[in-house]
Write a protein that binds this ligand. Structure first.
Ligand SMILES: Cc1cc2nc3c(=O)[nH]c(=O)nc-3n(C[C@H](O)[C@H](O)[C@H](O)COP(=O)(O)OP(=O)(O)OC[C@H]3O[C@@H](n4cnc5c(N)ncnc54)[C@H](O)[C@@H]3O)c2cc1C
Length: 461
């Protein structure tokens, strides 16, 4: 790239512009997933919409590959690219809560923890995921599921408005009335349609929750998975609860006598008082053997959202596989248990997140996120601190996924995918894919935004 173009760009761009020779470069390009090692040409740390527009202008004029980075958590590292321009929105923080309308305007660089912090002061929360370090932007644009989803829907079901810089540089605000096609596509279609610079979300009353993990020995995993599967559809929607096959980490604060044991865990957050939570969980717990330990207790919601942050710091090796699941059969449960028992590290896991309640009450074609008739979003994540284990992580993740995929739907949650066979993105959007491709052709006909789970523009014919 010619030096003059970079110099001109620096004059138009308020935030830092980082090149390969800069001391900050390695730190600036590092992603959450340590398995990904991309070397962009330029990283533009945007501070406002003008910066984003300038960066896109440079990309168009210099024909640069463009990646959009929110929180940098994406599994395959789609917040960065090799030899191209990274539009890094991490500095575009800021949350404004409107306590009269129970809404929050959120800058595209916020993590979910930034928003939880701001809304908690008002006794409110937006439904996001289960960790506080994830970027709001990537999580939202892919769908967004977490403890509040059974009661209040996916993150996109709570999206009211978004500000977007389009591929041609136009700045627009979209909602259900202004450019409704774009608003429809943003709700699940990922980073395919433009650079979102801010979001407005509906928030809900959430203050103290009764929450935490319960761990059972793997010998009880079959009973726990079957009981959880049968219990959840009738449980109150205030209870957000996902199930996982894991290993007790060999570290404090886990009880030393259980370190390294294979376990089945149910991790729950009940939005309400302890007595109501205990009542909601009673039918499940009564049907099951005693757990190894039960760490549910009353806590502020942001404390629950940060519970796993310390265990999963930035820079670990992650290999992801995801699927949507309609029915969890006894046979599928057995396959899960068999493969989880071979996990290559303490941190590796399989989680099933419920798709029910409010998530299912939204129509399949009401948003781009079309898996409303699935029952679970499954993720297999092979995780370890050592890069030397990367091949072992991939081998385990792939073998597990191949064994269990025949029980699952063809597609998966785009935010849980890594290296996927051809056709998986289409399968993940199902009947909504053709409409997404038409909207892509309207807003990004040259596929400028292609570092993502890509939706190719429909051809004019
Ligand atoms: C530890 C961990 C826990 C997770 N837990 C959950 C969970 O509970 N629930 C859940 O739903 N997901 C969860 N996820 C998955 C998460 O939703 C995805 O990793 C998501 O991509 C992260 O968003 P980000 O902004 O941090 O990612 P980035 O890597 O910054 O971006 C990912 C992609 O999003 C797009 N994008 C980002 N910002 C913008 C923008 N402003 N405008 C347009 N496009 C943009 C781009 O296409 C980019 O390629 C988790 C991930 C991790 C690593």
């Amino acid at each position: 790239m010619d030096k003059q173009a970079i110099e001109q760009f620096r004059q138009q761009h308020r935030g830092a512009v980082i090149e390969r020779h800069d001391a900050l470069y390695d730190d600036a390009r590092a992603l959450y997933n340590g398995m990904i090692d991309k070397r962009p040409l330029l990283i533009a740390r945007c501070v406002d919409v003008a910066d984003v527009a300038a960066a896109l202008r440079l990309a168009r004029e210099q024909r640069l590959l463009v990646a959009i980075r929110g929180g940098g958590h994406n599994g395959p590292g789609l917040g960065s690219c090799d030899d191209g321009l990274v539009i890094d929105l991490g500095a575009m923080k800021g949350v404004r809560v409107d306590p009269e309308r129970n809404t929050a305007r959120v800058g595209a660089g916020c993590t979910t923890g930034d928003v939880d912090h701001a809304t908690h002061a008002f006794g409110l929360a937006v439904p996001f995921g289960i960790m506080s370090t994830t970027g709001v932007a990537g999580l939202t644009l892919g769908g967004g599921m977490g403890y509040l989803s059974r009661k209040h829907g996916l993150t996109i079901d709570n999206l009211i408005e978004a500000d977007v810089v389009l591929a041609d540089g136009t700045f627009v605000t979209t909602d259900s009335e202004r450019r409704p096609d774009l608003f429809w596509a943003l709700r699940g279609g990922g980073g395919n349609f433009g650079v979102v610079t801010s979001f407005v979300f509906q928030a809900h009353p959430v203050r103290e929750v009764f929450a935490g993990p319960i761990f059972w020995d793997a010998a009880d995993a079959r009973a726990v998975m079957r009981a959880y599967r049968d219990f959840l559809p009738n449980a109150p929607e205030e209870l957000g609860a996902f199930i996982g096959l894991k290993t007790v980490p060999s570290t404090d604060p886990f009880p030393r006598e259980h370190w390294g044991k294979r376990v089945c865990a149910i991790i729950s957050s009940y939005n309400g008082a302890e007595a109501a939570a205990q009542k909601a969980l009673a039918p499940l717990l009564a049907a099951l053997p005693n757990p190894l330990f039960n760490w549910m207790s009353a806590m502020p919601f942001p404390a629950m959202q940060t519970l796993f942050d310390g265990l999963l710091p930035k820079g670990l090796q992650w290999y992801w596989k995801g699927d949507f699941v309609r029915a969890l059969s006894d046979d599928a449960i057995d396959v899960h248990i068999e493969h989880a028992s071979r996990s290559p590290s303490d941190l590796s896991l399989m989680h099933l997140y419920p798709i029910d309640g409010a998530v299912r009450r939204v129509g399949k074609d009401a948003t781009a996120w079309g898996a409303r008739d699935a029952t679970w979003a499954m993720v297999i994540a092979a995780i370890d601190s050592s890069a030397e284990r990367a091949d072992a992580l991939k081998r385990w993740g792939r073998a597990y996924w191949q064994a269990v995929h025949p029980f699952n739907l063809a597609g998966g949650y785009v935010n849980f995918m890594m290296d996927e066979p051809a056709g998986r993105v289409q399968a993940s959007y199902g009947d909504n894919y053709a409409r997404l491709a038409r909207i892509k052709a309207k807003y990004d006909p040259t596929n400028l935004f292609r570092v993502n789970q890509n939706i190719e523009p429909a051809s004019s014919s």
